[in-house]
Design a protein around this ligand. Structure first.
Ligand code: NAD
Length: 356
């Protein structure tokens, strides 16, 4: 079923306010989640709501949290999000770090102990909207490691995403935003909810053998995701863990506590002011020229076009704004079920939903 993005945002807002988020926080998180659905990343869209509800119930996700901004050290800003909703905490932390860009041409943010920050590309887009280049490396703690390092049959880190973008006209273009696992864990959940298989090469079973069945992993975390790109992707996942966990001054997954519904993010962000390197307009023009150059390359047999990172999300956004956002029944049922824990009646949510 396809729903209008506006009605999904309203539904998400209502659910988040029942979780205790004030209007502003609910709006920021709802915009983020529906934005992820619009970008085609249903794994980090409104389907996260049941997990956030469970975390709020457990006291592991704090609504309306005030982050702690530690004193700056040169270009480095450290922010402790104290288990606040990661979507809002990360934006506040980036604002704090970016105050520092003018002094150094670069700002480094170490974000500690945030609730789930969801779609990391959102933060590249935010930095690009201010005219900055950015690189973000994230680790994921609170649960058992779910991605097998190269050559292992069991997990050694999580889906540790990496994102980077160039600003062109204050838009992130191109925008790379990827898990270092072959697929994000949320895509296993989405495939399972839809009764679909996951792509070959993205999952191993308990014996380390390849499987395409998302069920055991989605339901009971049996097996592991595979890192993308064999030993190279696995190596990048290791460094996301070290940059965001060890360097940022919090835990790697080796030391972090595992708790029910535990999903927390730490992030190292490098924010670069193009003006410290060259004329920003010239950098943007070269970026655009190179992007166009790549898009003109001959597509491989069976492909319509050569896309840049960020293009699939832009294509999805356009399509879903026009045709609505597909959300499966199971996901809607899970959201309604969790909202019921917070005294929101099913009828209220069903009335908000608007078919596209
Ligand atoms: P993905 O595999 O769909 O896309 C990865 C990148 O490849 C994107 O930049 C995309 O634009 C690009 N891409 C995709 N198809 C392409 C094509 N045909 N040609 C050129 N480029 C193409 O994304 P993913 O790895 O499944 O990650 C999904 C989302 O999950 C991301 O938003 C990520 O930030 C998020 N995530 C978050 C966490 C967390 O803990 N917060 C953990 C893991 C992933």
């Amino acid at each position: 079923m396809n729903y209008t993005a506006a009605s999904l945002a309203k539904l998400t807002n209502t659910v988040l306010q029942s979780y205790g988020c004030n209007e502003e926080e609910a709006r920021i998180v709802a915009d983020h989640l529906v934005g992820a659905n619009l970008a085609g990343h249903d794994s980090h869209g409104i389907g996260m709501l049941p997990m956030y509800g469970a975390q709020v119930e457990d006291g592991n996700l704090i609504a309306n949290q005030t982050p702690e901004f530690l004193p700056r050290n040169g270009a480095v800003s450290v922010v402790d999000a104290k288990k606040g909703f990661g979507h809002r905490m990360a934006l506040l932390a980036l604002d704090y770090a970016m105050e520092n860009v003018a002094d150094h041409g670069v700002a480094i943010l170490a974000l500690r102990d945030a609730g789930h920050i969801a779609r990391v590309g959102t933060y590249s887009e935010y930095c690009a909207s201010k005219g900055y280049v950015s690189i973000h490396m994230v680790n994921v703690i609170g649960h058992d490691p779910i991605v097998a390092p190269f050559g292992a049959r069991e997990g050694g880190f999580s889906t540790n995403p990496v994102s980077m973008a160039m600003p062109v006209n204050n838009q992130a273009s191109p925008l790379l935003d990827m898990a270092t696992s072959t697929i994000a864990f949320g895509k296993v959940r989405v495939a399972n909810n839809k009764g679909e298989q996951v792509p070959p090469g993205s999952l191993v079973d308990a014996e380390g053998l390849e499987t395409t069945d998302p069920g055991p992993m989605a339901d009971s975390k049996i097996g592991a995701l595979s890192a993308f790109g064999a030993h190279k992707g696995s190596g990048l996942g290791v460094f996301a863990e070290l940059m965001a966990g060890a360097l940022v001054g919090t835990n790697t997954i080796a030391e972090a506590e595992t708790i029910p519904n535990g999903v927390f993010n730490n992030m190292l962000s490098v924010i670069l002011d193009p003006a410290a390197f060259d004329d920003p307009a010239a950098i943007a023009a070269r970026t655009q020229t190179y992007s166009d150059y790549l898009r003109r390359k001959q597509p491989a047999k069976g492909r319509d076009a050569v896309l840049l990172p960020g293009d699939p999300e832009n294509i999805s956004r356009k399509k879903r704004l026009a045709e609505g956002v597909p959300v499966d029944e199971q996901t809607i049922a899970q959201i309604i079920e969790m909202a019921g824990h917070f005294e929101v009646e099913e009828g209220v949510l069903q009335n908000i939903l608007e078919k596209a």
